[in-house]
Write a protein that binds this ligand. Structure first.
Ligand SMILES: C[S@@+](CC[C@H](N)C(=O)[O-])C[C@H]1O[C@@H](n2cnc3c(N)ncnc32)[C@H](O)[C@@H]1O
Length: 390
């Protein structure tokens, strides 16, 4: 099998964590950009990447890179790819695209030209024309076209990797699974200390923490990936890879995971999601105000994702909550490292503690910060944030 460039896409802010993951899996990092990291490997390697990567969204295997000035150039170049080796003639193909070229007014037109070239080529070689459409649950091809530079990729993921398959019960404002994994990694949690998650909502952070702590592959629950709909798909190899990954899963965690929420409805949903993910037994759930969350004696990390008032008028209501989080950290959480994930800098100020570090993330296009607070034990004073100039 031939090596090629592989681009793993992700939301902005995540590339440093994705890069760490790739290096830990022994994949080289060829480049890092705002919303993706490039590595290389074979089409077979994309199975491992889809199974193990926690913070990426799509694993794109490059088939061809070329220059193209207009849609006709694009059609000719795509027609030159041996699609009959990749996409079953009786299959279904979806073309997605990201296009920034002055001759293309509507990206759908570029996708259409690309799709035409794929099905025309397969018809010419096999006598059959695969179906096509916008569903991403079978073969997916991605076109990236910026100025005159084009890349054609097999999207070996299909539906993004954030759809792990465990979040069956939806709740308002859940965090994407990939982002939650990046937040857990940013908090440096590896399963050895305690992970406390007040305001857990549907449980995404606690569930991702459990999966990371156990070293359980994030793709194990999914039974559909783009690579499964390619002619090269080797089911035996995939099953072997899955089974091998299970051998590396830890039986238990030395640290505790505690997840609470004021809403009983949220805790019910979080428990069901954790059960689907197979980690319910590792998370101590309870219904309570965040400040009554039971805390282990030996410290750890406390990660909170309060609402951040995306609608008018909500901000004022939430000011008190953020102030209370600051008081809770100061009064009850000595010896822990506290984290607050929020998309509202004005509310973050109400915590009134000086963050030791901040990480920039994006949640559904909104710029967010993960603020890290060191909550010293003993007599050491908390660093208060200087008041803002009037
Ligand atoms: C933005 S959501 C958290 C989403 C979560 N990260 C997820 O992935 O589902 C905020 C949660 O805080 C909870 N909450 C609000 N005020 C609270 C309080 N005073 N004590 C505990 N939980 C609270 C809400 O019920 C909600 O589930």
């Amino acid at each position: 099998m031939k090596n090629s460039r592989i681009l793993i896409t992700c939301p902005k802010g995540i590339p440093p964590f994705l890069k760490q993951e790739l290096l830990a899996l022994n994949f080289p990092v060829l480049s890092e950009n705002l919303a993706g990291v490039e590595t290389e490997g074979t089409l077979e390697d994309t199975m491992a990447l889809n199974l193990f990567i926690r913070t990426g969204h799509r694993v794109l295997f490059q088939l061809k890179a070329f220059s193209s000035n207009n849609a006709d150039d694009l059609y000719r170049a795509v027609l030159g790819i041996a699609w009959e080796d990749h996409i079953p003639e009786d299959g279904y193909v979806c073309v997605t695209s990201s296009v920034d070229n002055p001759t293309i007014k509507d990206t759908r037109y570029a996708s259409l030209k690309c799709k035409d070239a794929i099905v025309d080529r397969i018809k010419e070689k096999t006598g059959k024309r695969p179906d096509s459409g916008s569903e991403r649950d079978r073969s997916v091809v991605h076109l990236y076209w910026k100025d005159d530079q084009c890349s054609i990729y097999l999207d070996t993921t299909g539906e993004p990797l954030s759809r792990r398959g465990y979040r069956k019960i939806p709740l308002g404002a859940p965090m994407q699974e990939t982002l939650a994994a990046a937040v857990v990694l940013a908090a440096g949690w590896d399963g050895t200390g305690n992970f406390v998650n007040p305001m857990c909502g549907s449980g995404t952070l606690a569930i991702e923490a459990a999966l990371i702590g156990l070293n359980r592959a994030s793709g194990l629950l999914r039974n559909n990936f783009g690579f499964m709909h390619l002619k090269s798909y080797n089911e035996t190899l995939w099953n072997e890879l899955r089974e091998r990954s299970k051998k590396d899963v830890k039986k238990s965690l030395s640290g505790r995971i505690i997840a609470t929420d004021i809403s009983g409805h949220a805790i019910d949903a979080a428990k069901k999601n954790a059960a689907t993910a197979g980690v319910e037994h590792l998370i101590e759930f309870s219904v309570c105000n965040f400040s009554d969350t039971p805390l282990p004696e030996n410290g750890g990390v406390i990660v909170m994702n309060p609402e951040y008032g995306e609608r008018m008028g909500e901000e004022q209501r939430l000011e008190g909550t953020y102030k209370d989080i600051g008081d809770y950290f100061k009064q009850k959480c000595r010896g822990f490292t506290g984290y607050v994930f929020t998309g509202n800098p004005a509310l973050a100020k109400k915590v009134s503690l000086k963050p030791k570090r901040t990480f920039q993330f994006f949640n559904s296009g909104i710029e967010c910060r993960l603020l890290e607070y060191e909550l010293y034990e003993g007599t050491r004073k908390f660093k208060r944030e200087k008041p803002l100039p009037a």
